[in-house]
Design a protein around this ligand. Structure first.
Ligand code: HEC
Length: 115
């Protein structure tokens, strides 16, 4: 009798573990993150204001010499290399981009290219 009870308990525990949870990724529904959610996943504490500032800086500072590319046209790693290179070039040409601005631009581009 004790043995049977133990077996039932073990089966119950195994079954509980095998039951998929509601937030399981094994469903067909693809979870689409908003821009802000993606930014916060990559950068804890990232805010809507950070995102907007990054966008404004990209649209103004990075358009000083050439047209800007769509953020999704490059990979996150490519942007991480391009932004410091371009900021250095911009500073050399007396169009200053501060370290803080460079960071906001990078986060904005990496966020959008990660989606
Ligand atoms: C001072 C002028 C100037 C500013 C400001 C500037 N760029 Fe550029 N950019 C250039 C020049 C010149 C080239 C082409 C030569 C090269 O690739 O180094 C270029 C090329 C590029 C390319 C193509 C290179 C590639 O690897 O595909 C990208 C992307 C780019 N810039 C992004 C940016 C971003 C992002 C910013 C803002 C952080 C920015 N640029 C600001 C002058 C500038």
């Amino acid at each position: 009798m004790k043995k049977t009870l133990l077996s039932v308990s073990i089966i119950a525990i195994l079954f509980a573990c095998a039951t998929p949870k509601n937030n399981s990724t094994s469903t067909d529904t693809k979870v689409v993150l908003s821009d802000l959610e993606m930014g916060q996943k990559l950068y804890p504490g990232y805010t809507q204001a950070n995102f907007d500032e990054g966008k404004n800086l990209y649209d103004s500072k990075c358009a000083a010499c050439h047209a800007t590319k769509s953020p999704s046209s490059k990979s996150p790693d490519e942007w991480k290399g391009i932004v410091p290179k371009m900021s250095a070039l911009s500073n050399k040409k007396n169009k200053p981009i501060s370290a803080a601005e460079e960071e906001l631009i990078t986060k904005y581009l990496v966020t959008l290219s990660s989606k």
